[in-house]
Design a protein around this ligand. Structure first.
Ligand code: AMP
Length: 548
């Protein structure tokens, strides 16, 4: 008969992260650039006290276990308090992406049946406009102090966040409950059809936060000053608000001020060592730093994910600015972390260019995530770095179903049920490094062969006159589809179609070189800053490739 372990059974609850930070790193700072424009400073101890007061205030409003409390907010200390105060008191924190179309925001709030909405000052006009379309919301809370409350608003009974918190005494004990209880909800971006909700549990969030903090993942420590530039409405800022509490480090939050200048000033002013964001954010920052001849004095490393990090961007950060890049991959359905590109001891002995080639891939699986690439019959493909197939994953922080959808998204792999199909096409090499070749719907299918749009974009991005590049499939009478390269040039740069196409010669097989180049003033991005290829495809639906 099995002998049972004799350890304490303490549920893994999100409140335990904040309690730990307040008790063991209580004096460590949390600095936020407010919507109002000024800097706010306090520490983990004060954050925990205010999160408790918020939990009391929400209970006083009649919110109870399972109620969804939505946010439309930037990265800042009040948003952090809501993360903890809401989840910690058995309510469910639902971060909504304010960059979505207003109709989509209302659709998501209705699908989740949110009962309250907390929002930043600059979203007041948006919320006033949407309120009548969100009937489940009983309480609107403006995340500001009394002096910034509007004199007039169409929102009946609009509440002031600071008034709510200040009215409580903080005499509140974080409750203990089942660790499988829902802690938060994030909706997928819904590029095909309506968005779908991923419901995280306390257990999955805590395990993810521990896994993500490890040295071979995001590598957070008490010695860091961490600035998540990735918004708290983009898969919980990749779990950093939780991982930072575990390690008890200083946090810096940029609020809505994410232009190159504001970010640079915050990096330098607060001594940020570590950051995280999608490639488009770094494009803006690097261009500001380069134009002004600046260097970073404390910034040591950054996580780049959400879209493929172009190797040219990685080279600029590492070689010109001494900032290490951790290329990471994940998705909303995975809390989000799946892989990170960190070299092991043996790989550190490889020649430098081989190391860089590995680092530019999306990386090795983080403990807690298993992965495989499969063919269309559900059979696994070899880990040879060449066989591209559908990427599937499983693990304790991967969803088993979508909110409100009874049918399971999971599939069987090699006869084993329970794998989540990511919709990404990837290879895995003998070192276990995974590389995304494409989103399955972005792959260019030319004469039965696949061309990776990411490979072509990476080459274009390495051209010194290119600011941003996207490759999409364009209809072709003979080959079905051929690649079309759409490019934004750097300001004042001279570049012709022919020069750019010539740049591809010798960098990729001849038949994969794009058939055409179009120069545009800007590229469309999704609400999370990714290239919006669906929109680009629509925009260039009628494009006739040269010579066709
Ligand atoms: P989301 O759930 O909106 O964060 O989108 C997840 C999707 O973003 C993934 O399925 C990938 O297609 C893409 N993605 C995330 N990280 C990367 C990366 N490092 N490289 C390439 N694609 C990525």
């Amino acid at each position: 008969m099995a002998l049972m372990g004799q350890m304490m059974t303490m549920p893994l609850l999100i409140s335990s992260l904040l309690k730990h930070a307040a008790r063991h790193a209580g004096d460590t700072e949390i600095v936020s650039k407010r919507v109002e424009g000024d800097l706010h400073r306090y520490n983990w101890r004060e954050a925990e006290l205010r999160a408790r007061k918020l939990a009391q205030a929400l209970a006083r409003l009649g919110c109870g276990p399972g109620d969804r409390i939505a946010t439309l907010a930037w990265n800042g200390y009040r948003h952090l308090e809501i993360y903890y105060g809401v989840s910690g008191s058995e309510l469910v924190c639902h971060t909504i992406n304010p960059r979505l179309f207003p109709e989509q925001i209302a659709w998501i709030a209705n699908d989740a049946q949110d009962s309250a909405l907390c929002f930043d000052l600059n979203f007041l006009p948006l919320v006033e406009k949407l309120a009548s379309a969100m009937p489940s919301i009983k309480h609107y809370v403006l995340m500001t102090g009394r002096s910034h409350m509007p004199a007039q608003t169409s929102l009946a009974g609009l509440l002031c966040y600071e008034d709510l918190v200040e009215a409580e005494d903080g005499q509140y004990q974080w409750p203990e409950f089942d660790e499988q209880t829902a802690s938060s909800i994030c909706y997928t971006s819904g590029t095909t059809g309506n968005p779908k909700g991923a419901v995280y549990s306390h257990r999955s969030s805590v395990l993810h936060a521990m896994g993500a903090a490890l040295p071979d993942a995001l590598d957070c420590s008490a010695r860091d000053v961490v600035m998540p530039v990735v918004p708290m409405f983009h898969v919980n800022a990749w779990g950093l608000p939780y991982s930072c509490a575990i390690v008890g480090c200083k946090m810096v939050m940029p609020g809505p001020h994410m232009d190159g200048k504001s970010l640079y000033e915050l990096f330098e002013g607060e001594g940020v060592t570590f950051s995280a964001g999608v490639p488009t954010i770094w494009l803006g920052l690097l261009s500001y730093v380069k134009t002004n001849g600046l260097k970073f004095s404390s910034f040591k490393r950054t996580v780049i994910g959400g879209s493929a990090c172009p190797p040219a961007m990685m080279a600029t950060l590492i070689d010109e600015y001494g900032v290490d890049v951790i290329h990471a991959w994940g998705m909303t359905e995975m809390s989000p972390l799946g892989t990170a590109s960190k070299l092991n001891a043996a790989q550190l002995k490889l020649p430098k260019d081989e190391q860089r080639r590995l680092l530019s891939k999306q990386g090795r699986a983080v403990y807690g995530v298993d992965m495989a690439v499969i063919d269309d019959e559900g059979q696994t493909l070899p880990w040879d770095g060449l066989s591209a197939g559908n990427l599937v994953v499983r693990g304790p922080w991967v969803i088993s179903q979508y909110f409100g959808h009874a049918e399971s998204p999971l599939i069987t792999v090699d006869g084993e049920p329970g794998w989540f199909p990511t919709g990404d096409v990837a290879t895995i090499d003998a070192y276990g490094f995974m590389q995304i070749t494409d989103r399955s719907k972005d792959v260019i299918k030319s004469g039965g062969e696949w061309i990776s749009s990411i490979d072509l974009e990476n080459i274009a991005m390495a051209h010194p006159a290119v600011f941003e590049a996207a490759v999409i499939a364009c209809a072709h009478p003979k080959w079905d589809e051929r690649p079309l390269l759409v490019v934004v040039k750097k300001p004042n740069a001279e570049l012709t179609r022919e020069q750019l196409l010539e740049f591809f010669e010798g960098r990729i097989a001849k038949w994969q070189i794009p058939d055409d180049v179009v120069f545009v003033a800007e590229l469309p991005h999704t609400a999370t800053g990714k290239l919006q290829k669906l929109k680009l495809r629509e925009q260039f639906k009628a494009h006739r490739l040269a010579g066709v």
